[in-house]
Design a binder for this molecule. Sequence first.
Ligand SMILES: NC(=O)c1ccc[n+]([C@@H]2O[C@H](COP(=O)([O-])OP(=O)(O)OC[C@H]3O[C@@H](n4cnc5c(N)ncnc54)[C@H](O)[C@@H]3O)[C@@H](O)[C@H]2O)c1
Length: 269
Amino acid sequence: MNLEGKVAFITGAASGIGLATARTFAAAGARVVGADLSEAALAREFAAIDGALAIALDVTDSTAVNEAFAKLDAEFGRLDAVINAAGVNAPNKAANDKLVESNVRSFRAARSGEEYFPDFLGDITDEDFRRVLEINLFGPFYVMRAAAPLLKRTGGGAIVNVSSSAALLGVPMPVYYPASKAGVLGMTRGAAAELAPFNIRVNAIAPGAVDTPLFRQQPEEITGMLIGMQPIKRPAAPEEIAETLLFLASDSGAYYTGQTLSPSGGLHM
Ligand SMILES: NC(=O)c1ccc[n+]([C@@H]2O[C@H](COP(=O)([O-])OP(=O)(O)OC[C@H]3O[C@@H](n4cnc5c(N)ncnc54)[C@H](O)[C@@H]3O)[C@@H](O)[C@H]2O)c1
């Protein structure tokens, strides 16, 4: 699988899946443009990736997203692959801490046979719900909208959106996350149908546990339980997810469009 001579735009490129993908794509011959909210981490990580361009941006800012593609166009004059990997579990640290606390209580209760029913729905504010949708769903939309004209001009290409197994399974958690990730799957299928005549493929992946800073935000008690739910009892390395993204973004995945691949150790079958 190679991306020789191709240009790839990757969001969430400063950490976890996005960073592993940037490194994997560069090793496969692509010139990589990485975008992330975290300017310092992006600059630090991208210094080691040959010929890569780092652009600090917030994917919820559609003007900044449009400007990033204008910059990419001015620099490289073509676009072949787009990976939407930027995403969050929760709208802010307080909500994430609360989620972790509820998960710990749920898992302890499940082990001891005690009854505990977290009120995730009641705890979500309008603003929390909106914020997660803005990052996880509006962000990939802004990116796809800005990328499509460039991909068309190049003569084709591939978009891969990073969803989650949470979009495919029913598990108790704040609904903003599966809502945003299921929205990504719907958007993927719609765009796949629209863009197929232009030789542009649009697919999604729905990973299970992936060993990234996002995953490790949770205590081992929880990550251990999550991994325990998977037939393959270990988290994926981010590089393994990057290989699936490389397959879908490269010509090896030429007959896939509108699909969701789930590298989840069998969590979703
Ligand atoms: N790690 C897992 O177990 C797992 C499982 C399923 C799906 N996912 C999805 O994979 C994607 C990547 O997650 P990860 O585990 O690599 O997380 P991560 O936290 O390691 O990396 C996410 C990156 O996205 C960036 N980001 C966040 N908000 C942004 C914004 N508004 N604009 C631009 N960049 C922003 C962060 O700065 C960070 O660098 C996410 O969409 C996540 O939902 C992760």
